[in-house]
Design a binder for this molecule. Structure first.
Ligand code: SF4
Ligand code: SF4
Length: 92
């Protein structure tokens, strides 16, 4: 079981040094998790350390493919409110 970093990643490198398994490395076009090395931090930490430090919502998925930090979890902006505002901006 492993987490996955997806294309929302902005390559800030924050997750690289906190991984206890040295499972994250630079990839193209974004950081990648080596699924053979990732332990989901089990035995080391209560929570996946990469997701705990990642500043981008939905950039890291759990083994089920679900965002560990879903929309609104870090910004506090409800997803529907964000979409409404984006629609307003795009209509200008
Ligand atoms: S879940 Fe833990 S072991 Fe897996 S990549 Fe993230 S920090 Fe590393
Ligand atoms: S902390 Fe998040 S945004 Fe930063 S490199 Fe890691 S996955 Fe990408």
């Amino acid at each position: 079981m492993a987490v996955e970093i997806v294309d929302l990643c902005v390559n800030c490198w924050a997750c690289v040094d906190v991984c206890p398994s040295d499972a994250i490395s630079e990839g193209k076009p974004h950081m990648l998790v080596n699924a053979k090395k990732c332990t989901e931090c089990e035995g080391d930490y209560a929570d996946p350390q990469c997701a705990s430090i990642c500043p981008i919502e939905s950039a890291i998925l759990d083994a089920s493919g679900l965002a560990i930090n879903p929309p609104g979890s870090l910004t506090g902006i409800p997803p529907e409110r964000l979409q409404h505002t984006m629609n307003e901006i795009q209509a200008r």
